[in-house]
Write a protein that binds this ligand. Structure first.
Ligand code: FES
Ligand code: FES
Length: 170
């Protein structure tokens, strides 16, 4: 299949919707039934809808599906399964890093890309220098994950889970 008018979702090609008003979030949830990605605010404020596009995290509620012709999208379903979870998925369970679980897919997608950003030396507002290397400190994690809101307030355990995977747990 040509990449024209298709988007790869978790490694599978899908035709883009005919309606140019469909957000990527609605395509995932309503057209494809990938309900792991959550709609919290639908306004770019909560991070529940975070997915990876070509390895970079974005809010899928703020982008139109038709803008992603030829892109590679990864959702929480593409990171791991119950039988074969990713390291972050396992750490969130082990650290009890969720309560209702609504924000959790977005938190894990965001953390997955965030650890790559730190490894690549991208600075944040919490970084001591612009040049790195970046430390995976609790302060860095809190700053870099500040776009992902948890209504249950599971933040302390979320930070611990991410630090576990970064290999810097206390
Ligand atoms: S649903 Fe997209 S940021 Fe809240
Ligand atoms: S675990 Fe409930 S919103 Fe985060």
């Amino acid at each position: 299949m040509s990449s024209e008018n298709t988007v790869s979702i978790n490694g599978q090609p899908h035709a883009l919707p005919d309606d140019p008003r469909v957000s990527l979030l609605d395509m995932l949830r309503h057209h494809l039934g990938l309900t792991g990605t959550k709609k919290g605010c639908d306004h770019g404020q909560c991070g529940a809808c975070t997915v990876l596009v070509n390895g970079v995290r974005i809010n899928s509620c703020l982008t139109l599906a038709v803008m992603h012709d030829g892109d590679e999208v990864t959702t929480i379903e593409g990171l791991g399964t119950a039988q074969n979870p990713s390291a972050l998925q396992r750490a969130f369970v082990e650290r009890d890093a969720y309560q209702c679980g609504y924000c959790t897919p977005g938190q894990i997608c965001s953390a997955t890309a965030m650890l790559d950003e730190i490894a690549a030396g991208w600075p944040s507002d919490a970084s001591d220098s612009l040049d790195g290397p970046m430390e995976v400190s609790a302060e860095e994690i809190r700053e870099r994950m500040s776009g992902n809101i948890c209504r249950c307030g599971a933040y302390a355990n979320i930070v611990d889970a991410i630090r576990d995977v970064a290999g810097e747990a206390a």
